[in-house]
Design a protein around this ligand. Structure first.
Ligand SMILES: [Cu+2]
Length: 380
């Protein structure tokens, strides 16, 4: 960026001197301001570009689409207002600018017609804008399942700083299937999401599918979503919730109905038992009293690992990402995470509270980390 600026302003020396003294000649200063404005505008455009995984300009599904339509409608209305108001302003500034030193313009006070019209006109514009706004709010608040459309139910729980997703167990009513950071849903199906938080405020946001709805402690919020394309969509906590808030992401994996059913059935299974010696050793370490991973994590099927402080790891090996969606789930990243989670995701509660990271005497050896990685990768 700075190099790029330099290439526009001549040389590093020119820019340095210019910035230090600001005694730079006018055309050059204009050019510098121009370049800075273009750079700023470019950055703004980059943020809005539909290809960006967190852009709201590439909506899939009725909820995000209705929000986008509303945005465009209000945007164009606001643009017309802006152009008219600024047009009158600029016209007035030029037309009625001071023309000579000792000329006193005619003095006026008040103009009833003008004042009434610029009060009524905005009120009318706001009333018009309110119609689609209120309609969209109600449409998005009332799930089509209320009118009988079939839907699936998911509970999303916001933790500091990761997400838990719970599904009703189709094979075992009353039982729940628990996973973390990746919410699978079937395409073209209404999904009712119940939002809860046992800690602080969060906000549930999947820019291309729907959002945002606050996740509030001691209060149950709901939203419904429906995705019309298969694929993986990025989600993000959108309410500041503490030190790792910006890294509190998740993914929504939209798949065909058959794929979704197969996934749900696989999540219902207990964890695979490790077979190779390194993985077996990993399990022993995981459930041992030095590492104490079991105190915070559940691995279903294990009598010991039933902790609920951290993400459920029963099928962690089948997830595409770890650490609430910020790192691809491969051997290298898993290794880095277990060796030093704070380096991967500064401030996270595993690094802050697990004994292996807070007490130097309990630190995991490289060999122990390798065994744990092998064990976790096998939990498909
Ligand atoms: Cu947050």
């Amino acid at each position: 960026m700075v190099d790029w600026l330099w290439s526009f302003s001549g040389s590093k020396e020119t820019l340095g001197v210019a910035l230090r003294t600001m005694s730079i000649c006018t055309p050059m200063r204009k050019r510098l301001v121009g370049v800075l404005l273009i750079a700023l505008f470019g950055m703004l455009l980059l943020a809005c570009y539909p290809d960006n995984p967190q852009s709201t300009f590439d909506a899939t599904g009725p909820v995000a689409q209705s929000q986008l339509d509303l945005f465009w409608m209000i945007f164009w209305a606001a643009l017309v207002v802006f152009i008219v108001v600024e047009g009158v302003l600029v016209y007035t500034i030029i037309r009625y600018r001071r023309k000579s030193e000792d000329y006193d313009p005619p003095q006026t006070h008040g103009n009833t017609v003008l004042e009434i019209s610029w009060t009524i006109l905005p009120a009318i514009i706001l009333a018009i804008v309110a119609v689609p706004t209120v309609t969209t709010i109600f449409d998005n608040a009332n799930s089509p399942s209320l009118a009988g459309e079939p839907a699936i139910e998911v509970e999303a729980v916001g933790y500091q700083w990761w997400w838990e997703f719970k599904y009703d167990d189709p094979n075992n009513p009353g039982n729940e299937i628990v996973t973390a950071n990746e919410m699978h849903i079937p395409v073209d199906t209404v999904v009712n999401v119940t939002l809860t938080s046992p800690n602080v405020l969060h906000s549930f946001w999947i820019p291309k599918i729907a959002g945002k709805v606050d996740v509030v402690p001691n209060n149950i919020n709901k939203l419904w979503i429906k995705a019309e394309e298969t694929g993986s969509f990025l989600g993000q906590c959108a309410e500041f919730c503490g030190v790792a808030h910006a890294n509190m992401r998740f993914r929504v994996i939209v798949e065909s109905s058959a794929e979704f059913d197969a996934w749900l059935a696989s999540q219902d299974e207990p964890a695979l038992e490790p077979v190779d010696p390194l993985a077996i050793e990993g399990k022993t370490i995981f459930e041992g009293n030095q590492a104490q991973c079991w105190t915070c994590h559940t691995v279903s099927g294990s009598a010991k690992a039933q902790g609920t402080v951290g993400p459920n790891l029963t099928h962690v090996g089948s997830r595409t990402h770890i650490a609430s969606g910020i790192r691809v789930n491969d051997q290298k990243n898993l290794r880095e995470w277990i060796a030093d989670p704070d380096r991967v995701k500064p401030g996270n509660l595993m690094a802050a509270t697990a004994k292996v990271y807070t007490e130097p005497t309990s630190k995991l050896t490289d060999a122990q980390v390798s065994a744990l990685v092998r064990y976790l990768q096998g939990l498909k």
